[in-house]
Write a protein that binds this ligand. Sequence first.
Ligand code: AMP
Ligand code: GLY
Length: 434
Amino acid sequence: MKVLVLGSGGREHALAWKLVQSPLVDELYAGPGNPGTASLILTNGKHVQNIALFPNDFQSVKKMLLQYHIDMLVVGPEEPLVLGIKDFCREQEELRHILVIGPDSKGARLEGSKDYAKGFMTAWGIPTARYRTFTAEQYRQACIFLDSLNPPYVLKADGLAAGKGVVVEPNPQKARHCLKEMMEGRFGPAGKKVVIEEFLQGTEVSVFILTDGIHYKILPEAKDYKRIGEHDLGPNTGGMGAVSPVCFADAAFMKKVEERIIKPTLEGLSREGCDYRGFIFFGLMNCKGEPYVIEYNVRMGDPETESVVMRLAGDLASACMSLKNRTLGEETLVAKNNHCVTVVGVSGGYPDTYSKGYVIKGLEKVRDATVFHMGTTSAQETMTAGGRVLAVSASGSTLKAAREKAYRQLSYISYRNMYYRKDIGEDLINMINK
Ligand code: AMP
Ligand code: GLY
C-alpha cells in the first residue's frame, strides 16, 4: 500500500513514525513533511520521501496523489478537512478509489464551526457548557447574555482561527470590548459569529478515537499543556507538552466518556447522515469526575499524538485501511502499559514574535527518546524553522521515569533562544502523590 501523510508538523511526523512500522505499507510519502519524516525508514528498507505540495491547495495534492499512485491519504491538519479534501477526492473519477482518513466537509463542521458543534451537542444530549451564539448585529443581546453569566467569560469565534479564536476573560468590561472586536472581524470573517459560553472549572483531558462510522477504537488519552509558562501561566500556545496516560481518566471516568460522549456523538453523526471515517479528538473538561465537551477536533492533537503513538500497540496502517470496508471492529489497537511524556522545545519569544534559522545541535546524542520534528528545516544542518521546533517523547514504566528520561534526553539538544517548560507532567505526579 502507498500512503501519503498530509501536513508538516510533529503530529504528522508521529503518525508517519507509527505507520512505517506496518508491513502493509510499501511506500510512504509526507506532503510536504519535514526533516523528521524524511529520516524514517519502512520495514522494507525504503526511506520515507517528502514531496512538495500545499495541503490546502487541492490541485497540488491531486498531482501528487496521481504521480505517486497513492492508495491512502492520511490528513494531519484540520484545514484541508474543513475545506473539503475528502469531498474533492470523492468527486473526481481518478481519485475516487483513494481512502481518505478524515471526515468530509460535513463531518468536519464539528471543528470548523463552534456554533454547529454546540448545536450538535445540544441536539444529541452531549454534556457541554451552556451557550448562545450571536451575530455581529446582535451585540446588545450578546451583552445581556454575557451579564447573565458568572466570570470568567468564554468567547469563541465560530470559524477556524488557528487555535487562537478562544478568549477567556474575567473582567466584564474587557469581555464586552473583546466581543465587539471579534464581531468586527478580529479573527476574520468566520469569527464574526461568536459563541458565548459558561466557564467550566476543572482539568482538561484529550480523548481520541478512530472510527469507521460504526465501530470505534479509543486511543490512549493525553493531557496537553497549552500555556507558554510553567504552572499554566501566560498566553495560549499550540501545546507545550503532553502526558499519557492521564491518572484521573480512570476506568470509571472513561466509561462515562464512552456512554455520554463517544457513543452519542457517533449516533448523532450517523443520524444526521454523516459518513464519518477518521479520527475524532474530544477536548474534555473533567468537572469533579463528570466529563464535558469543550471542543471537537476532527484530527489528532499536536503534541498529544507525539505521546499517543508511543503507547499504541497494533498496526495503525491496518486499522486505517479497515475504514474502507468498515471492518475496524476486527482490528486490534490498544494502549500499552507504559507512560509517555512529551516536552516541546520552542523558539524564544513564541507564541509572539521569534527568530528562526538557528542550528539545532545534539540531535544525534538523543538515544533513549524519540525526537519529533515540528518546525525544522534541513540544509547542511538541521535548523529551527518555526515557533514550536521539536517534541521529545520518552517512554517509561512510570510517569516519573518517563518524565525524567524526556528531560534528560532533551538536555542534549540545544539551539539559540531555546525554551521549554520544565513542569510537564508535574501536576499529575502531585495528583498521584496526594
Ligand atoms: P480551544 O482553542 O478551543 O482549544 O480553546 C482554548 C482553551 O480555552 C481550551 O483548551 C480551554 O482551556 C479553554 N476553554 C474553552 N472553553 C472553555 C470553557 N467553556 N470553560 C473553561 N475553559 C474553556
Ligand atoms: N494540542 C491541541 C490541539 O492539537 O488542538
